[in-house]
Design a protein around this ligand. Structure first.
Ligand code: FES
Ligand code: MG
Length: 571
């Protein structure tokens, strides 16, 4: 047996080893300290993260697998982020959760870790932590909830909240019925069952190689989740024995596979900032432009809400991620490995599509080119993104006059004003919502359309913002504009009435204002006023150190890895 990291705590006859062992002998037998691997289960189960509340049961299955393989499993509750509960936005705490988990894994006598996540930010923060402590790690995604129904119709969690509330406004659903649907929306344990950020990140993490192939997307209520959790417990012990750390098998090719998967499933734009942040922890040179270069030409094969019709239950029944990846196998890196030690592409041989309505074959895609487009120009010198699959085709090349809002509050106050000077060709601009300006970079980019235009039947307009948008949302939305207004980006000097040209086929976003005029505006742009200026605590640290969206909105001092070494004893 190779010497494990935990032996630095437990081996020997001196006082310190005695202390480390004695306090852990709460039911553990003496041979628990004979050099076998000690495995943490980083567990985001929390009553305040309803999507992850079932992970304690998953943890028991992982534990059983670890014991069976000769390891010692240790439950490690870590910071958990419930997307619907946490204010002002769960994204503000993603880097904090990652930092806390990283430090606790390093500080403790741990040889490897199983990462239990689900709700939007939990898998990204766990992977960032695992990358920076660089201990052998495997993700178990908690899985989507089963499909619930209301009045005989399936409910898409998240997406249908917007639909039903619009029906109330339109007078086609009573408030009483609306409130009745509340108890059907979350039909079971598990995360949102649309192709929102949680489903996206589980599938993308599998394409990256950090999950046993075939597991991501398995429903939270499916027995196979527990079976594969047990299997993951056995596998993590092998990983420790093989010393297979994230740095040893995650490569640029792994990220290529994740980006191909993201496009083919029509996944959330939030995956862009998460993948950039994870790559940054690994020291892998992944750039915003890679999403465009690798994703362009990848077809959209999955017909799931919010862009399409079906839900995650249907996706799994139709063949799941491996059947999608098999269709685009020629675009994948054949050398990229998974936690099993074998290439991802080796897992695709037996995958089949069982329902061609839900998952399309390569020859008949929903959209032939579904990759995220990266735009540049004098309005976004460091880049902005748009998801063409979720946009209106006729707006992808568009010139219009800006209607500018300085904050989300400003937008809410004026958007429905009948006197607002706006028409269908206008471009709505919302600034002050980047990582620094509105700490955490909230999901507000898909701003509501003016009521008077909605009443005329308008359903989409070009919108431009330095914030993010929900994985369950869609529209012709240019988001993650970098640098953000609060970092001195040109978005801060746009004025209402300026002409803006969006040209997605040519990947440009430009403000059509004379350069001399732009120079004149720069000195008096208001960067300090109106943007966040927290006095203390995490928000202060965040605002001082958060990087821009084009590099993943991580904190500057958290990039890279510190490894698993701790230099000093505790006594
Ligand atoms: Fe948790 Fe949607 S709120 S995944
Ligand atoms: Mg979300």
């Amino acid at each position: 047996m190779t010497e494990h990291r935990s032996s630095e705590w437990y081996a020997g006859t001196d006082r310190n080893a005695y202390i480390h062992r004695a306090w852990m002998r709460r039911g553990l037998p003496e041979n628990a300290f004979d050099g076998r691997p000690h495995i943490a289960i980083a567990n985001t189960a929390s009553d305040l993260t309803p999507c992850n509340a079932h992970l304690n049961e998953v943890m028991e299955s992982v534990k059983a697998g670890i014991f069976e393989a000769g390891g010692i499993p240790l439950n490690l509750p870590v910071v958990s982020l419930g997307e619907t509960q946490v204010r002002p936005t769960a994204m503000l705490w993603r880097n904090m959760a990652a930092m806390a988990t990283e430090e606790m894994l390093r500080a403790n006598p741990i040889d490897g870790v199983v990462l239990l996540g689900g709700c939007d930010k939990t898998i990204p923060s766990l992977l960032m932590a695992a990358a920076s402590v660089d201990l052998p790690a495997i993700v178990v995604p908690g899985g989507p909830m089963k499909t619930g129904t209301f009045q005989g119709v399936p409910l898409g969690c998240g997406t249908d909240v917007w639909r039903l509330s619009e029906e109330v406004r339109a007078g086609t659903l009573s408030e009483e019925q609306f409130l009745k649907s509340e108890s059907s929306m979350i039909s079971s344990r598990g995360h949102c069952n649309t192709m929102g950020t949680a489903s996206t990140m589980a599938l993308v993490a599998e394409a990256l190689g950090t999950i046993i192939p075939g597991l991501a997307g398995t429903s939270a209520v499916d027995s196979r989740l527990l079976e594969q959790s047990h299997e993951t417990g056995r596998l993590i012990v092998d990983l420790v024995e093989a010393d297979r750390r994230p740095s040893s098998f995650l490569t640029k090719g792994s990220f290529r596979n994740a980006i191909v998967a993201l496009a083919a499933i029509g996944g959330s734009t939030n995956a862009v900032v998460h993948l950039l942040a994870i790559a940054g922890r690994l020291g892998i040179d992944l750039t915003l432009d890679d999403f465009d270069a690798i994703g362009s030409g990848v077809p959209l094969l999955v017909d799931l809400q919010p862009a399409g019709r079906f839900l995650m239950d249907d996706f799994q029944r139709a063949g799941g991620l491996l059947s999608v990846l098999r269709e685009v196998q020629d675009l994948l890196d054949p050398t990229a490995l998974t936690v099993t030690g074998r290439p991802l592409v080796d897992a695709l041989g037996s995958a089949r599509i069982w329902d061609h309505e839900v998952i399309r074959v390569r020859e008949t895609p929903l959209i032939p080119d579904a990759g995220i487009a990266v735009l540049r120009g004098n309005l976004a010198p460091d880049g902005a993104i748009i998801k063409p699959a979720a946009a209106s085709a006729h707006l992808l090349s568009h010139r219009g006059r800006a209607v500018v809002f300085d904050s989300i509050e400003d937008l809410h106050a004026r958007i429905d004003d009948p006197d607002l000077d706006v028409d269908a060709d206008s471009i709505l601009v919302l600034r002050g919502c980047g990582p620094r300006g509105y700490p955490g970079m909230p999901e507000v980019a898909n701003m509501p359309l003016p009521k008077k235009l909605l009443e005329q039947g308008l359903r989409d307009m070009v919108r431009i913002c330095d914030g993010r948008m929900s994985g369950t949302a869609y529209g012709t939305v240019v988001l993650h504009v970098t640098p953000e207004a609060a970092a001195g980006g040109p978005l801060g000097i746009v004025q209402t009435g300026d002409w803006i040209t969006l040209d997605v086929p040519n990947r440009t976003l430009d403000l059509d204002v004379d350069p001399d005029e732009l120079d004149r505006r720069r000195p008096d742009r208001a960067t300090a006023d109106g943007f966040a200026n927290p006095r203390r605590g995490w928000e202060r640290l965040y605002v001082d150190h958060v990087m821009q969206a084009d590099t993943g909105a991580d904190l500057d001092f958290l990039r890279g890895s510190s490894g698993d070494r701790v230099s000093r004893e505790s006594h």
